[in-house]
Design a binder for this molecule. Structure first.
Ligand SMILES: [Mn+2]
Length: 337
């Protein structure tokens, strides 16, 4: 068996990498499925895999319940809804923790998944072959090793797709999942990306005017509690309409709140068209926001979580602040949370 140097780097079981590679080499006529509301990881991984399989003379196509956003045009070539031109025989998911995340349009395929490649701790092993590496920063990082194992050499397109997956899931190498391994894989990938600065500009600097204005409104209208440690902001439907902002412009906007100095818990409430509140919690340090979201029937990670609440905003805010205060009280009483 050929030695795979990236295997050691991403600390993934060689069995997992080999299993995925052999499976992909043996099969043909693939449909690669993304999760709904596609992000850089699912898009980058799907297009990298499609390209790799096609380079081996196989047939592969991609499906997603929601159209791809213009932000990823440099990967999708502007294909908002990829063309489907043959009947697939092999179903593969990338970055899909559970079949409910396939979304409405792909829900009918949930019992047919042959191979799932994922990295979420909450992965539900719904496929015939399940390859999940929860310690890996992105699915693209796992795929980098899988493609190498398959004998596919990197070119600039493949490397750009895989880099997009890794760079977006680590928030441009800033989030807590960024480690030596993520940087080592990126170092391998960027050797093949001559226009790296352009890719980073598109992914991390370029924002629509509506998004910029939305950020300004969110920050200037935020309410602060507990001497500035808790920040709560609302994005209302009226605000979105006024600024001409779309669903796309809301992507990861919750993270903004914990970038304000002094803020330990950032809360962003997004009003949905049917009057509910989609709440995102972001923690800068020691508050476990997954516990706070659970109070309201939601969930997530220690530093990023979410839940769904009912309006009005003032009432939701009051209940949220109360829950965060209770958390602080338990922390100060010496509990380990
Ligand atoms: Mn991911």
């Amino acid at each position: 068996m050929q030695k795979n140097p990236l295997q050691a780097t991403i600390a993934t079981s060689m069995d997992d990498i080999r299993l995925a590679a052999q499976f992909l080499l043996e099969r043909d006529d693939f449909l690669i499925l993304c999760h709904q509301k596609p992000d850089g990881d699912t898009v980058g991984s799907a297009f990298a895999l499609r390209e790799a399989l096609r380079s081996l003379g196989k047939r592969a196509q991609i499906a997603c319940s929601d159209p791809f956003t213009p932000r990823y045009d440099f990967i999708t070539g502007g294909e908002r809804e990829p063309r489907r031109d043959f009947t697939p025989k092999t179903y593969v998911t990338v970055d899909v923790a559970d079949t409910t995340l396939l979304g409405e349009k792909l829900d009918h395929l949930k019992a047919n998944i042959d191979l799932a490649i994922d990295h979420h701790p909450s992965f539900t092993r719904y496929a015939t072959v399940n390859v999940c590496c929860p310690w890996t920063a992105s699915v693209g990082a796992i795929l980098t090793a899988v493609l190498k194992e398959m004998g596919v050499s990197l070119n600039s397109y493949l490397a750009t797709c895989l880099y997009t997956s890794l760079a977006t899931d680590t928030g441009c190498f800033k989030y807590a999942n960024t480690n030596r391994e993520a940087h080592a894989i990126a170092a391998e990938l960027v050797r093949h990306i001559p226009n790296l600065h352009e890719v980073n500009y598109r992914l991390f600097m370029l924002k629509s005017r509506a998004r910029m204005q939305l950020e300004a409104r969110v920050v200037s209208e935020a309410h602060f509690h507990r001497q500035g440690k808790i920040a709560v902001a609302v994005v209302s439907q009226a605000m979105m309409k006024e600024l001409g902002a779309g669903e796309d412009d809301l992507d990861d906007i919750g993270t903004l709140m914990r970038c304000i100095e002094g803020v330990e818990v950032g809360v962003l409430m997004k009003e949905t068209p049917n009057g509910r509140m989609k709440v995102s919690f972001r923690s800068a340090q020691h508050v476990n926001v997954s516990m706070i979201a659970q109070t309201f029937g939601g969930g997530g990670h220690r530093r990023a979580s979410g839940c769904l609440m009912y309006g009005p905003a003032e009432e939701a805010e009051r209940r949220i602040v109360e829950a965060v205060e209770q958390f602080y009280a338990r922390l100060e009483a010496g509990e380990t949370l």
